[in-house]
Ligand binder design. Structure first.
Ligand SMILES: NC(=O)c1ccc[n+]([C@@H]2O[C@H](COP(=O)([O-])OP(=O)(O)OC[C@H]3O[C@@H](n4cnc5c(N)ncnc54)[C@H](O)[C@@H]3O)[C@@H](O)[C@H]2O)c1
Length: 336
């Protein structure tokens, strides 16, 4: 039986290469006709995936009913960018059978509802068995078989292990977890910190600053994550520290790139135009701040990123404000 991947962007295409090279029958769907046409015309020169080749066995389609129903997929992978998860789930819901395993690989939180992406899929496709796959996994590297590790979180051990088997190769190691909220939050919130890390690099700050942002950013992710039910171990794992590290230090990251351009003096609009891909940290920044208020947790880096993005605050002023906050111990566990 086949695997259908919804979303033929950078990540959906890289996963279709991984799964096809594993001998699986893969159907790659996109709502965007031009995306499918470009892949059809040139399987050996894929936008954003230099050096990768889309195997001939991967079937390309814009027909959602074929991808989700007629082809009787064993597994459906949601790989559309986070702002399109709800509309895609609504589009395909009527084609999805009872207990269909769906794994979401996108990262984000819906700003208007504060739903995670799995909340959305469960709401729109209640008959499905929905899971999440996340971790430090640049598509550019996965498509070139560079060793990568990720984590899959599901409601049942059998679904988690099924997904582990479905994706695992000798270059793509998959761990399992039952901490869905932890895996989702780790993967989403790190994008906001990556924007800040990019801004820091764009300003010409150094390794010390980036280490500070990553460490204190992780403290913020932990505070919110734990308030929302995530396990601290998950946030110290692949979908927490792992993804934070890769996104804040790699030039493949569109969030880092957008932040870097803002740090160099571009306006937010100019930076987003220049990156020319969905910069999910911008959407997630607002959602993260609303969640911080909802759960009464302090997220000063997230707060300053929001001010820079949405209130035209100069980046250096935001840095001053972060440094001149009230003095405090590093963490609350200190018992003098
Ligand atoms: N690129 C990576 O290295 C990587 C790795 C892990 C996870 N992810 C996550 O995967 C998700 C997709 O990332 P990407 O890099 O493929 O993004 P991308 O910008 O390359 O692709 C965007 C995707 O959204 C889809 N899309 C755009 N408009 C749409 C619409 N109106 N309706 C339905 N679908 C639409 C496109 O078909 C495409 O699949 C993101 O959430 C990202 O965080 C990406």
């Amino acid at each position: 039986m086949s695997i259908s991947i919804l979303g033929a962007g950078t990540w959906g295409t890289a996963l279709s290469i991984l799964l096809a090279n594993k001998g699986r029958e893969v159907i790659l769907w996109s709502k965007l006709e031009n995306e499918i046409k470009a892949l059809e015309e040139n399987r050996g020169f894929i936008k954003n995936l230099p050096g990768a080749v889309l195997p001939d066995s991967v079937k390309l389609t814009t027909d959602a009913e074929y991808a989700c129903k007629t082809s009787e997929p064993e597994l459906i992978v949601f790989a559309v960018a986070s702002p399109f998860v709800r509309s895609t789930a609504q589009l395909v819901s009527g084609y999805i059978r009872d207990k269909q395993i769906i794994v979401n690989v996108a990262k984000g939180i819906e700003e208007s509802t504060l739903d995670t992406l799995l909340d959305i899929i469960k709401e729109e496709i209640p008959q499905a068995d929905a899971a999440v796959l996340s971790g430090p996994s640049h598509a550019e590297e996965v498509s070139r078989l560079i060793p990568t590790t990720v984590v899959v979180a599901a409601h049942s051990r059998s679904t988690a292990e099924y997904l582990q088997d479905a994706f695992m190769t000798d270059r793509f190691r998959v761990y399992t977890s039952n901490d869905i909220i932890g895996v989702e939050l780790g993967g989403s919130l790190k994008n906001v910190i990556a924007l800040a890390a990019g801004m820091s690099d764009g300003l010409g700050f150094g390794d010390n600053t980036k280490a500070a942002l990553m460490t204190r950013g992780l403290a913020e992710i932990n505070r919110l994550g734990i308030a929302m039910g995530a396990k601290p171990e998950t946030l110290s794992g692949l979908s927490g520290i792992g993804d934070l590290f890769v996104t804040c230090t790699s030039h493949h990251s569109r969030n880092w790139n957008a932040g870097n351009l803002i740090g160099k003096g571009r306006s937010v609009e100019e930076a987003l135009k220049e990156v020319n891909q969905v910069v999910e940290g911008v959407y997630c920044a607002k959602a993260a701040l609303k969640l911080a208020h909802k759960y009464y947790v302090e997220m000063p880096i997230v707060e300053q990123v929001n001010k820079i993005l949405f209130e035209n605050k100069p980046v250096d002023e935001a840095v001053n404000e972060l440094f001149m906050r009230e003095k405090r111990p590093e963490h609350n566990l200190i018992n003098w």
